[in-house]
Design a protein around this ligand. Structure first.
Ligand code: NAD
Length: 502
């Protein structure tokens, strides 16, 4: 029987259209009910989006940068005016609490603001008289059709890391959001049209592997930005590069927070609560591991966390008194719960067990309470793997160096932080740790929009980080022009030596 659920369509050439014979349910994780169906684009539909972006490129590339930037300024205003509607969609499909959705949107808006400065970033470099009567300059030209593939956990912010700067630099874009919570991403793209983006400059295709593979292999797509899990990031990077594309692929994480014996433990515990359990642990910058230096530190941190967890309220994200909503889907809920079972089997001490949580009136929702393990050890699956849920593990070590060796040995290097009052220790840590984003008494050191975001090791494949100044470089290619206007009537002889200013 055909589904009667509202259908989420693609946005191609400025129009909402159907495309592809397959579709998937989109669930409200707080109720466990399917509320919409999202169309899954086939190859032909994605090719239609690429063709639209290709057609829109010449005129958009030649639009003055200031006019392109004005669309971003208009979009900022529209995003602020529609914040409630956007965040309601995020919470309905992702599950995060509304205040968290608002925080995500605000960070996204800051990327739109930064993209509106693109004319300043695109000014290039100019030198007069690099040789006698010779001037030279470098300019940053748009690539053409660019594409983005985004994860479920930030359906508004992560797409805004990508396409605003790409289009502000004169490119056109095809976006493939997560099929698990696509509505808010689509609404933002529609607002961008309202803000003045011409048809075809930004297209949204919903879908899965078939859509992604089409973007990866179509020669008209010049660059791909990806954010998601490491196995897929690695696949996107190797396939995209083998097709001659520029690729940046941000992957998964397992971020460690070091707590030193001299830290302000009460404040460190408060910071860890938000970093571990905010957004149900579904953040690539979440803290799923605490490395406590010394047993007394570990005992104090575990005791403090237990007290705070007991005060936490778990429930639907629409309830303003809730701190933590549900996990995104039933399979993800089962997976995270399986990790807790695994941790118990491996011999870690389960200090707080959130597996029995039930939310009255929402019994079919994907709610898992906060879980806390003590005595987690390297080599355990719950230490090594990204769980992406409300599961925090405490590892006990004796020295800062031991903590740093553990972090450096881990395959991921996205974020980390240290809690201490010792400036020397903090400086040594931030200077030497093999991780891309470091916090000192800051649990979630997510760079602001005018810096760039990216991890090290298997948390990022590619050379340039996401958003900020790196984004302008990623979405443009440098051209260097050297120019000379010889004086009329002056006869010049041939020169056979290599041109230089010797
Ligand atoms: P995911 O890798 O499952 O999906 C990401 C995107 O890839 C989605 O659009 C999805 O449709 C597509 N995809 C999934 N399987 C594919 C396949 N086999 N072939 C081609 N495309 C495929 O990630 P997710 O579960 O949506 O998001 C969570 C992950 O994203 C976590 O690992 C998290 O750490 C990571 N993440 C990283 C960052 C970062 O900046 N490093 C930021 C946010 C999320």
């Amino acid at each position: 029987m055909p589904s009667t659920l509202p259908q989420i369509q693609h946005l191609i050439d400025g129009q909402l259209i159907a495309g592809g014979s397959r579709s998937a349910d989109v669930f409200n994780p707080a109720t466990g009910q399917a509320e919409k169906r999202v169309l899954l684009a086939d190859k032909l539909t994605v090719e239609q989006a690429i063709a639209s972006a290709q057609l829109a490129f010449p005129a958009w590339r030649n639009t003055p940068p200031l006019k392109r930037a004005r669309v971003m300024s208009n979009l900022k205003v529209l995003l602020e005016a529609n914040a409630e509607a956007i965040c309601a969609l995020v919470t309905a499909e992702h599950g995060k609490v509304l205040s968290d959705s608002m925080g995500e949107l605000q960070r996204g808006i800051e990327n739109v603001e930064y993209a509106s400065y693109a004319p300043e970033l695109l000014k290039g470099e100019h030198c007069k008289n690099v040789g006698p009567g010779i001037d030279s300059w470098s300019e940053f030209q748009a690539l053409g059709v660019t594409a983005g593939i985004t994860p479920f956990n930030f359906p508004v912010m992560v797409p805004l890391w990508m396409w605003p700067m790409a289009v502000a630099c004169g490119n056109t874009f095809v976006l493939k959001p997560s099929e698990r919570d696509p509505s808010s991403t689509l609404l933002v793209a529609q607002l961008a049209q309202q803000a003045g983006l011409p048809p075809g400059v930004l297209n949204v295709v919903h879908g899965d592997k078939e859509a992604v593979d089409t973007l990866l292999t179509d020669p008209r797509v010049k660059a791909i930005s990806f954010v998601g899990s490491t196995p897929i990031a690695e696949y996107i990077y190797s396939t995209g590069c083998s097709q001659g594309k520029r690729v940046q692929a941000l992957g998964g994480a397992k971020n460690h927070a070091v707590v030193m014996p001299d830290a302000d433990i009460a404040n460190a515990v408060s910071a860890l609560m938000g970093a571990a359990y905010g957004s149900c642990g579904e953040r690539c910058m979440a803290i799923p591991l605490v490395v406590a230096v010394g047993d007394a530190t570990a005992d104090a941190v575990v005791a403090g966390l237990q007290v705070e967890i007991a005060k936490m309220q778990v429930g639907p994200g629409t309830n303003a008194t809730c701190d933590m909503g549900p996990l995104v889907t039933k399979p993800h809920f089962e997976k995270v719960k399986g990790y807790v079972d695994q941790g118990v089997k491996e011999g870690a001490t389960l200090v707080v067990d959130g597996r029995g949580v039930s939310v009255p009136g929402h019994e079919a929702g994907y709610f898992l309470g906060a879980c806390l393990f003590d005595n987690v050890k390297p080599g355990m699956v719950i230490y090594q793997e990204e769980i992406f849920g409300p599961v925090l593990g405490v590892v006990r070590v004796k020295t800062l160096q031991e903590a740093m060796d553990l972090i450096d040995a881990h395959e991921y290097g996205n974020g980390t932080c240290i809690f201490t009052r010792d400036g020397e220790a903090a400086r040594y840590f931030s200077d030497n740790i093999q991780v891309g984003m470091v916090g000192v008494n800051v649990p979630l050191p997510v760079p602001v929009a005018y810096h760039s975001f990216g991890g090290w090791k298997r948390s990022l494949f590619g050379d340039l980080h996401a958003y900020g100044p790196d984004a302008m470089r990623f979405y443009t290619k440098r051209k260097t022009i050297t120019q000379r206007w010889p004086s009329a009537g002056v006869r010049e002889g041939a020169v056979f030596s290599f041109p230089s200013s010797r």
